[in-house]
Design a protein around this ligand. Structure first.
Ligand SMILES: *[C@@H]1O[C@H](CO)[C@@H](O)[C@H](O)[C@H]1NC(C)=O
Length: 166
């Protein structure tokens, strides 16, 4: 877990991103929110739900109504440079994609078509047997489009290690 570490701006990624598409908004990768559950070292077994809770990291006097997160399972501790230009793990670079969820930051906001994060997640199928009894990582990529300077989108990446077994 990371506690309010705000760092890891990625100049190389920013540069290649800007070069690839000059009209794209400028972006920043920071480590921000926190994966509250599962904690580091939790076990993950196919077909068995595990607790999931994520605290979004955007605050400091300005809170967006909604925070979009994507949740993945990957086979190494991820860094911002693992993400492609749309801030997703490229196809083939992740073990499982749990989905896209929208955190409501205020109780009185209306329900949205994107579901809120569930309280449990499940890996439906076993991974390749080469991953048996190895460490894998749950990774959350968080997006913020409000409460940042106009034209910017901010992204946060968090991960916790999990012990995988069948
Ligand atoms: C990034 O990866 C995702 C798969 O997770 C893919 O759907 C998306 O098209 C990729 N973005 C780019 C710009 O290649």
């Amino acid at each position: 877990m990371h506690f309010l570490k705000t760092l890891a701006v990625l100049p190389v990624l920013l540069a290649s991103h800007a070069f690839a598409s000059p009209l794209e908004k400028r972006v920043t990768v920071t480590q921000t929110g926190a994966i509250i559950a599962p904690v580091d070292g939790s076990s993950i077994t196919p077909g068995t739900p595990f607790d999931f809770e994520y605290g979004d990291g955007w605050g400091d006097g300005c809170y967006p109504g909604f925070t979009s997160i994507n949740v993945w399972l990957v086979d190494h501790e991820p860094t911002g440079s693992d993400l492609n230009s749309t801030y997703q793990f490229p196809d083939g670079d992740y073990l499982y994609y749990f989905g896209n969820f929208l955190i409501r930051n205020f109780d009185d906001l209306p329900p949205m078509s994107t579901p809120p994060p569930p309280s449990t997640l499940t890996l439906p199928e076993p991974l390749d047997s080469s991953y048996d009894d190895t460490e894998v990582y749950i990774a959350v990529v968080e997006e913020l489009t409000s409460c940042v300077p106009t034209g910017y989108t901010k992204w946060g990446l968090e991960s916790n290690n999990l012990q995988y077994s069948v």
